[in-house]
Design a protein around this ligand. Structure first.
Ligand code: F6P
Length: 383
């Protein structure tokens, strides 16, 4: 007999029964996030019809143009979560400071950091966008929550998840007990369990990166991606490049099929582009819970201690073997590089040099170009 279809709320309650530690408050917080997701979904899928698309004319704290749907998503999450009575404080990618619980509302013991509509620059092209959320316990004891509550390392997360809006809308989350995916059934307005206990393959054969930035990536990453393109049956190379430019969609595909998402430092964003609190930490929690890995190239993303709300990081995320290999290239200790050094062979790519060893060397491409120019000047004697 076919197994009974489970709604998100039934699934969460079932998990609660088997976990005596589970608190009803936490469960209702997850349900409120799902409610906000349904409201955002309603608008996202109608965006083309109701002429809601377009820019507000404002810039967010990162200097990016704010879409009207960004604002709607932010306000919806703020209104719903702010009035649950479960939260001490919120932080949103769209807001410069922490977002307090609205006056008059009960202050609770949880903190939610969220990116209301990630990838929204793709909205006009009808590409998948997503909401990413991270739930933490508050640290402060009294009054409204503070910045300190929001700035916690990812390993303290109680839950993390994302909603991917698109032709079929999905909610994927973890509470540290595996990763579960739910597909929205619009006719009954429910998220139905469709992907229980998601496991990501230990190695994929897809890489996802904005390769347009390649010239200013750290040298180790340039070497890694170059290596991914070479033939080798054992590691299923060459890998395929798949890049949507909408983090939730790129992450979701790689979570299911395996592979690696890379956003290294670049000349424009030497520390990386993606935000620790709203993007890297929650997706790292999900990746690890599905058997994958997440790194800034040197450290586990979940161990990063954020020092400001909108801090950015390099991000290497996905299948465990792929992430470890990428780290080894970045740190200059991959067997490919060590063999090359031992044999004193010239680097495989023209103009390359031993791989990057510093924490973030994103401007290496620029430095290399400068060095090359200087060498040329020295050779030709021209200024
Ligand atoms: O952080 C916003 C975001 O749109 C992510 O969803 C996405 O992965 C990334 O930026 C894309 O950046 P770029 O346009 O530089 O490739």
């Amino acid at each position: 007999m076919a197994e009974r279809a489970l709604t998100l709320s039934q699934f969460i309650l079932q998990q609660d029964y088997s976990n005596p530690e589970a608190s009803g408050e936490f469960t209702s917080l997850l349900m409120d996030i799902a409610l906000a997701a349904k409201m955002i979904n309603r608008l996202v899928i109608r965006a083309g019809l109701v002429d809601i698309l377009g820019l507000t004319g404002d810039e967010n704290v990162h200097g990016e143009q704010v879409q009207r749907l960004d604002v709607f998503a932010h306000e919806t999450l703020h209104q719903i979560l702010g009035s649950t009575g479960q939260l001490a404080v919120l932080a949103s990618e769209e807001d410069e400071g922490v977002v307090p619980v609205p006056p008059g509302q009960r202050v609770g013991k949880y903190v939610v950091n969220f990116d209301p509509l990630d990838g929204s620059s793709n909205l006009d092209a009808n590409v998948n966008v997503g909401t990413i959320f991270s739930i933490l316990p508050r640290i402060t004891r009294k009054g409204g929550g503070t910045l300190e509550d929001c700035l916690q390392p990812g390993h303290r997360q109680l839950a993390a998840g994302y909603v991917m809006y698109g032709s079929s809308t999905m909610l994927v989350y973890t509470t540290g007990d595996g990763v579960h995916g739910f597909t929205f059934e619009p006719s009954i307005g429910e998220f139905m369990l469709s992907h229980p206990s998601i496991r990501t393959p230990s190695r994929g054969h897809v890489y996802s990166a904005n390769e347009g930035n390649e010239r200013t990536w750290p040298e180790g990453i340039r070497r890694y991606v170059d290596w991914l393109k070479r033939d080798d049956a054992a590691t299923r190379r060459p890998y395929n490049l798949r890049y949507i430019g909408s983090l939730v969609a790129d992450f979701h595909r790689n979570l299911l099929y395996g592979g690696i998402f890379l956003y290294p430092g670049t000349a424009r964003n030497p520390q990386g582009k993606l935000r620790v609190l709203y993007e890297a930490a929650p997706l790292a929690f999900i990746a690890e819970q599905a058997g994958g890995a997440a790194s800034d190239g040197h450290r586990r993303i979940l161990d990063l201690q954020p020092t400001s709300l909108h801090e950015r990081t390099q991000l290497f995320l996905g299948s465990e073997e792929d992430v470890r290999e990428c780290e080894a290239f970045l740190q200059g200790r991959h067997p490919e590089l060590t063999t090359e050094r031992r044999n004193h062979r010239p680097a495989a790519r023209s103009g390359t040099r031993p791989a990057e060893r510093r924490a973030v060397g994103a401007t290496d491409g620029v430095a290399r170009d400068r060095r090359a120019k200087k060498d040329r000047r020295a050779r030709t004697g021209r200024r």
